[in-house]
Write a protein that binds this ligand. Structure first.
Ligand code: GLC
Length: 549
């Protein structure tokens, strides 16, 4: 493999593997590292440049593995470090890079540091690695502040000795104290540990929340909400977080090629370049398409703004239609009025009629959602920048909405409580075969139950069809490699507000019809289309690629 190419990430197609739900080699119902290795031929055939693995570290799974108990090991249920090395070697042999997830805002409450902190008591150096405070009110029985966790409910929990600790996510995810040098040193060790094992890059979880100003008096929740997010907010997107990343950048650059990093930073758009700068993490997620409707004006604005934003930091942008935290895009585009959560992201709520699969009034337009998803994907894969794909979207999978409450695992479901269906519906183990106890995922069971319709979306079923979504992704990714060019596009006026048309410098042209009326296009050089294209038109809700070569 080309180890010297330092720019591989700029226009890479990166495939997100959610390890517990990808492939289960040992048949215990939980996907594992050996399962991923066994599917390397599939990944190579798909035509991706890199995989990003969501956490596979030892974890009590309070938050799907984002509660890490040991940053430098593999969860025994998922394998061993030797299995990990074998997986990296197998991926590298196919020229596929490996990106791992780093979760630095919080550990698991099972992490040895947190257990030590609980045992050591107030005022101890062990407690100073986290954020412990005395409570308020009589006997300190009330939390230090009224802050809320991102998953709902209070952001503080009480230790047995009466002190309170901060957890911006689940109770089992205590926030680390980034003012403590031991915390900083330990993460540098972790980054080196995985870099030395051949990992090519890192995805940084909640990158905008590490450093905090916890000086007294602490503000109330209302005060926090009213504060501008201009770099001096006590909890979010502080300027001083970049001191951490400047140090990490030196670590990354001490490798050849330099290790890459991409920030998961939910911050004001204007502040994204701070994370994407070469001196910082180097790239930052652009999540705008996760919140957009399938609409030409929104897509065009998002593309223009994000290309400009990335250029201003010297980085390349990232296109994301689906990931492990959101409703799959085939489903988002098939709902009449997607419900939105407090942050404006589409969310599934109890009580939506369409959730009753086959029920009285199923409101999900499955075929329409998939048609629009395929058009959006083909549009996005032609853009300059890197494309992040989420496992299963290449099969055109819909969200699994019909999970029983008793089977759900996501803390956002339990902490809402039950109002937000949470993220389990996009984390159901992949179907590899038409039939079989777990559709080829593993032996019999899968840790989240798969619906009967998974069989017809399985890899086996889709490999047999020339017009399947899997075939579309394979063709698109192969062509993308061939056609990829300088990071530029030129908009062409299509003469219709619902049609977007752009060209890349080497003659690669894309026409996307977001409307329902066919768009006349008399071209013989169509190389790929998201749907069946009759001669002379681009049908509604379809994208075509043209290549004059
Ligand atoms: C990120 C992850 C999400 C996780 C949260 C807390 O947003 O993508 O899955 O729950 O961080 O670690």
């Amino acid at each position: 493999m080309t180890t010297t190419d330092a720019t591989w990430w700029r226009q890479a197609a990166v495939y997100q593997v959610y390890p517990r739900s990808f492939a289960d080699a040992d048949g215990d119902g939980i996907g594992d590292i050996a399962g991923i290795t066994s599917r390397v031929p599939y990944l190579a055939r798909l035509g991706i440049d890199a995989v990003w693995l969501s956490p596979f570290y030892p974890s009590a799974l309070a938050d799907g593995g984002y509660d890490v108990a040991d940053y430098r090991d593999v969860d025994p249920r998922l394998g061993t470090l030797e299995d990990f090395d074998a997986m990296v070697a197998a991926l590298h042999a196919q020229d596929i890079r490996v990106v791992v997830d780093i979760v630095p805002n919080h550990t698991s409450d099972q992490h040895e540091w947190f257990q030590e902190a609980l045992a050591a008591g107030p005022g101890s150096p062990a407690r100073d690695r986290y954020i412990f405070r005395e409570g308020t009110g009589p006997g300190g029985a009330e939390a230090p502040t009224d802050w809320e966790s991102a998953f709902g409910g209070p952001a503080w929990d009480r230790a047995a000795d009466g002190q309170w600790y901060l957890h911006n996510f689940a109770v089992e995810q205590p926030d680390l104290n980034w003012a403590n040098p031991e915390v900083r040193d330990d993460f540098v060790r972790t980054l080196r540990f995985w870099s030395d094992r051949g990992v090519d890059g890192f995805r940084i979880d909640v990158a905008h929340m590490l450093t905090k100003d916890m000086s007294e008096p602490l503000p109330s929740r209302a005060e926090l909400d009213a504060m501008p997010r201009d770099g001096a907010h006590p909890l979010i997107d502080r300027d001083d977080v970049h001191e951490v990343y400047a140090e990490w950048r030196q670590v990354f650059n001490s490798y050849d090629p330099p290790r890459t990093a991409v920030a998961e930073a939910w911050v004001d758009r204007a502040r994204i370049p701070l994370y994407a700068r070469a001196e910082s993490l180097g790239q930052a997620f652009n999540f705008d398409l996760l919140e957009a409707d399938f609409a030409a004006d929104q897509f065009r604005r998002i593309v223009t703004e994000n290309l400009e934003l990335a250029a201003s930091s010297g980085s390349s942008t990232t296109w994301v239609l689906s990931n492990h935290d959101v409703v799959r895009h085939a489903t988002r585009y098939g709902l009449p009025h997607p419900e939105r959560d407090a942050d404006g992201r589409p969310a599934l709520k109890h009580g939506n009629e369409w959730l009753l699969s086959g029920g009285r009034q199923p409101r999900l337009d499955r075929a329409g959602g998939l048609r629009r998803a395929r058009a959006a994907t083909l549009f996005v894969l032609a853009l300059p920048g890197s494309a992040y794909l989420y496992q299963g979207e290449e099969l055109g999978l819909h969200e699994v909405a019909e999970l029983d409450d008793a089977d759900r695992q996501d803390p956002t479901f339990f902490r809402s409580p039950g109002q937000d269906l949470g993220r389990d519906g996009c984390r159901v183990p992949l179907p590899w075969t038409r039939t079989g106890g777990s559709f080829g995922f593993g032996a019999d069971g899968a840790h989240l139950p798969q619906p009967a319709w998974f069989g017809q979306c399985s890899v086996e079923a889709e490999e047999e069809h020339h017009d399947s979504t899997l075939t579309l992704y394979r063709r698109a990714l192969a062509l993308r490699r061939e056609l990829q060019s300088v990071e530029q596009l030129t908009w062409i006026d299509a003469g219709r507000a619902d049609v977007l048309w752009f060209e890349r410098p080497n003659g690669w042209t894309v026409v996307a019809n977001f409307g329902t009326e066919p768009f006349p296009l008399d071209r013989a050089d169509i190389v790929l289309a998201s749907t069946d294209v009759p001669i002379g038109v681009v049908p509604g809700e379809s994208t075509v690629w043209l290549a004059s070569r």
